[in-house]
Each structure stands twice: as structure tokens, then as C-alpha cells.
Design a protein around this ligand. Sequence first.
Ligand code: G3P
Length: 226
Amino acid sequence: MKFIIDDADIAKIKDIYNTFAVDGVTTNPSILAKSGRQPYEVLTEIREFIGPDAELHVQVIAPDAEGMVRDGHRIVEVLGKNTYVKVPTTKEGLRAMKLLHAEGIRVTATAIYTRMQAFLAAKAGADYAAPYVNRIDNLGGDGVKTAQDIHDIFRKNGLDCQVLAASFKNSQQVQELCEYGIGAATISPDVIEALIKNDSVAMAVEAFVKDFEGLCGKGVTMETSK
Ligand code: G3P
């Protein structure tokens, strides 16, 4: 499962990148709005930091297919070929996906709440389909199960499309999809931090250090001990 950051805050992206093995960054219009900066200014900075080979996902804004395609052209022109054009999975979006795919532009079908949306996006040539796990849960559905079912639909129908699960609110959702072996998960920095936060682990490590310092003295490490 690829591990992707869902944020546009460059300080947070740098912090997560320096610790975790990360495959790229996803953004959406709301995430860009939170940065308070002009879109291409912040996106260019992200691209420069993650390098030309990492995945960057950027969403179109235009309401019609032709406009979405034009948005996609500009996105790839400015941010490079490893940039995935995120297209909402609406009727217009499906048409834009077909057109972008025909040009060899990488597409992430987004705003997916149903299995059928994902199936149609994959048929239209999307490389990734992004089900919104937590938002589906909030509607009374089962976000994890939806993402798993979409993964199965792709495999059973021989569709060359991966699940890029999005909208996580807790570690359990991420873990279940990791165990299932979906293609990718895009996760906000706070949920990423929570994946490794565990008081029992912290206490165990603290006890090891305390015992060692009892033997060798405070502040002594394996570098400085006799
Ligand atoms: O791009 C979709 C994803 O980022 C949505 O996440 O947390 O706003 O539900 P969230």
C-alpha cells in the first residue's frame, strides 16, 4: 500500500517526509484554501520538495469536461508528468477522465462514495479511484468495506486501476485497508502521527533507558558507555 500525505502545509509535509517513508502528496481545493496561498505557488513548492518522481495529486475546478481537461493540461504543464489530475467522479468528470486518459495524462478519480462510481471511473481510464472512507462512515455506510469492495471489483474485472483511499479519521481505518492490500492510502499528518503514537511503547522505552542509566549513569548511551 502506497503511503501518501493528504495536506498542502509545506512544514507538515517536510516533517512527515523526514520521518516516514512517503510516496507522495495529495491535495484538494479545500486543503489548498487552508494554506491561504495561491495554488501554483504552494504546489510548486511541494513539487520541488518531494522531487520529480514522487506522486503529486491536484484537483480540477472547472464544472464541465472540456474545462476539466484544460485545468488538467495546466496542472501537468506546471507540476510535471508524475502529477495526477484529480477529477470528481460525476458525469462530466467521467468524460474528462476519458479525454485525459487518451492523452496519456494520469488521472485520479475523486469524490467516490459508491462502488459504481469507482467501476465507471476505472472503465474511463482512471489510474486511481479515491473512496472517501470516513465521509462514507459519516453517512451511515461502511467506508473501509466500500474501499475493499472497490479493490475486489477492479481485480475481478481486470481493470488496471488502484484504490487510493482518502478521508481517514483514525488508525483502525488505515490498518484494515493496509491488511487488505489496497493500492494506496492518503492520510492527513495528524492521523499519520497517531499511527505510531502508543503510550505502552513510550513506557517500555523509558524503562529500558532508566535501567541502563542505573547501570552506567545518567545520559550515558551505547556510544559513550564503557
Ligand atoms: O481529497 C479527499 C480527502 O482529502 C477528504 O478528506 O478529511 O476532508 O474527509 P476529509
